[in-house]
Write a protein that binds this ligand. Structure first.
Ligand code: GDP
Ligand code: MN
Length: 388
């Protein structure tokens, strides 16, 4: 789950990470008042769940309450397009008005889980303020990493090592080391999957603070963080993903292509998406129905997939282990009977109760396109999508 910058900053500040003073506004008049209370000089920042706001015109410096009001009226209500929003952009409902900092250096600092070592890793770079993916691709040596033993936590010598890599002065090092400890504590306590400060800045008056903040949380741990769950902003989430969650389908991710996929198991979903791409197509989603021996859930899943206006064909790829193919088949039949528009369905079914599943589909008389293996299924789905 993602949250807004101002929410991430509130969490981090509670753990002792220094952040600029500021408040949020939903109207330009409110922005003006906040700017005045901050002494006039401020930054007006669009609050959306995507980075790259600065480049997209969602972050503006203002030198007076008048300017802040004007900037807020430009940003509020705009469809902000960044490299992370997709071409349609995201509507801005809230702005954060913060005191303006006299920035000296822009650095990068983050904690995330490193899958390879199965440990948290803290990453720092002197190349802050830019996209870290770009830094990683062009100058990987500019990114410094320390692997953290979750039992002992962020040891002081590791924080010092990163401070040294960042080229910080003595007093800045002290502040930054404290900030790193606080960042790590917030990451662990809140079951975050990412806590990122880009940029972390040093200021002309000798301070070190988080100018931007991003936190993502592990969905599987949200049950023990009602306070985090309460920060959820449904408007920032894809409506079809929200719908899927409400139907108990947690593994649904909307993508840009035109072939809907109903698959059991994340690994099989990956292989299915790869096969579609290999066959020259693009998947419209990633949907892992897991071991759902429940016809309603299969129908719900197919209904959600079919509701995507981009979907031209649906590929059902089921390898029944604990999942029963006859249940899936019954779901396909019911969903096809209910569908408002006829979307071709390609099914590759194997495993538990496959004979019964095949019989149900054959007896239904519905035009389900059959495939013996994944390669054939992908090719037929791509062909069906093209023809549709
Ligand atoms: P992002 O583009 O969505 O990552 O938004 P950021 O919060 O990182 O802001 C983008 C850029 O705006 C930062 O990298 C800074 O260069 C600039 N910026 C933001 N706040 C301030 C500020 O208080 N003072 C100065 N000088 N620049 C700022
Ligand atoms: Mn940023």
């Amino acid at each position: 789950m993602k949250v807004h910058e101002f929410q991430a900053k509130q969490i981090l500040a509670a753990f002792g990470v220094p952040v600029p003073q500021g408040r949020t506004a939903t109207t330009a008049a409110e922005a003006r008042e906040i700017a005045a209370s901050l002494g006039g000089k401020c930054v007006v920042k669009a609050q959306i769940h995507a980075g790259g706001r600065g480049k997209g015109g969602g972050v503006k410096l203002a030198n007076s309450p008048d300017e802040a009001e004007q900037a807020a009226s430009q940003i509020l209500g705009m469809q902000l397009v960044t490299h992370q929003t997709g071409p349609e952009g995201q509507r801005v409902k809230t702005v954060l008005i913060e005191e303006q900092m006299a920035v000296e250096r822009e650095l990068y600092l983050a904690v995330l889980i490193d899958g390879a070592s199965a440990r948290p890793v803290m990453m720092a770079s002197a190349a802050g303020g830019m996209e870290i993916e770009e830094v990683a691709a062009k100058t990987p040596e500019a990114i410094h990493r320390v692997s953290i033993d979750p039992v002992t936590g962020l040891q002081p010598h590791l924080a010092r090592e990163l401070c040294f890599d960042l080229g910080l002065s003595g007093d800045e090092q002290k502040q930054a080391a404290k900030l790193m400890t606080a960042l790590y504590a917030a990451f662990i306590e809140k079951d975050a999957s990412l806590a990122e400060i880009n940029p972390l800045v040093t200021t002309k008056d000798g301070r070190v603070l988080a100018l931007d903040a991003k936190m993502n949380f592990d969905d599987n741990a949200l049950f023990r963080h009602a306070e985090v769950e309460a920060l959820r902003d449904r408007d920032e989430e894809d409506p079809s993903e929200v719908e899927a969650q409400s139907k108990g389908i947690s593994n649904f991710i909307k993508l840009e292509g035109n072939i809907g996929c109903l698959v059991n198991g994340a690994g099989l979903a990956m292989a299915t998406m790869d096969s579609i791409k290999l066959a020259g197509g693009e998947p419209a989603n990633f949907l892992d129905i897991a071991t759902a021996n429940d016809v309603t859930k299969v129908v719900d899943a197919l209904t959600i997939i079919a509701a995507d206006p981009n979907v031209r064909a649906i590929l059902v790829n089921i390898f029944g282990g604990m999942a029963r193919v006859d249940v899936i088949a019954e779901g396909i039949i019911q969903a096809q009977r209910q569908m408002e528009k006829a979307i071709p369905v390609v099914a590759r079914l194997a495993g538990t109760n496959v004979e019964e599943g095949e019989r149900l589909i054959n007896e239904s008389g519905l035009p389900v396109i059959r495939a013996a293996d994944l390669g054939e299924a992908a090719a037929k789905a791509v062909e069906a999508a093209r023809a549709a």
